[in-house]
Write a protein that binds this ligand. Sequence first.
Ligand code: NAD
Length: 371
Amino acid sequence: MLIGVPAETVPGETRVAVTPETAKKLVAQGHTVRVQSGAGITAAITDAALQAAGAEITDAAGAFACELVLKVRSPSDGEAALMKPGTAVVGMLNPFDAEGLQRLAAAGLTSFALEAAPRTTRAQSMDVLSSQANIAGYKAVMIAADKYQRFFPMLMTAAGTVKAARVVILGVGVAGLQAIATAKRLGAVIEASDVRPSVKEQVESLGAKFIDVPYETQEEKEAAEGVGGYARPMPQSWMDRQKVEVAKRVAAADIVVTTALIPGRAAPVLVTEEMVQAMKPGSVIVDMAAPQGGNCPLTEAGRTVIKHGVTLVGETNLPALVAADASSLYARNVLDFLKLVLPKEGGFKIDLEDDIVAACRMTQDGQVTKK
Ligand code: NAD
């Protein structure tokens, strides 16, 4: 199979879909790997390292003129036009972007969005949402520590004692758990909230305190348990009680990291303007939900702003700020997915009996085939 890897063109996208490690494995399986010159440089991968792994270096047109194209982000119109109808594309294609999928279908591309893989044990090694959210959670805390003008750990010095930073994490999925673990390593005192009942134990096992908001009705309990491990929008009654508890913690916090998301919907508002006004000057909010509208209405996507004396970080692509490791984990996710569609006997196989392949397939034969 002729496999192409173009450079990413979305502004700020520094990741790449192949590394020397994965290129070497694909070449060992008998494939030809063509990478656009410079595609890896923002992720600390040189053309020479890729060549040493057996990849060929080409230009953009050469990388797109392949049977299978590996991407990080969905191809633009111009990029789609560089691919022949029937080309297979694997990437983070945003399954909720109906227009984007229509564009891929119109270009005749057979596309697979890895974000759509089920959150099952078999799919874990190709779970791009987890690999990238883990990195994002870490970087969110690193940015918070950078913006915050005080220490994270408690320090006893000859010049006096410095108090530990109080960190509140709202939304404890993969990113939130990593944010807790990272803040803990830095010595902060942490409290965290999530709607899902299974999270409490995980939060406590990381040495943080869970902000308990007990369910009062069957409807609240069922919404919290969600579907397929994902949260559903919570009834207003529960959101109101959560708000009271969160407001108290946010007022006392130095750092707030928000990660609360509901797939395919706008992010829930968890930190209101009033809560921001009640925060101490110099506090920092990193709103990881910024691309989905933010968990705080004061967040500005893609910008860092100061409002009511609080720094609000609305970075929209945190994994791209840790480009080397983000690419390395992402490229391994891609390689594992390819095992399902590149059989040993050769060719490209779309086995719709395979739940992962069926869930990831977005377009084929000019149609949007998303399940
Ligand atoms: P996500 O990024 O979709 O959401 C982040 C978090 O926000 C979730 O924990 C969600 O419950 C929470 N949230 C939503 N509304 C909220 C509110 N109003 N207040 C507070 N928190 C709120 O989640 P994710 O990190 O992708 O994880 C989703 C689920 O998938 C989790 O249960 C996770 O453990 C599970 N998972 C399973 C596997 C696997 O088994 N292979 C792999 C990864 C994740």
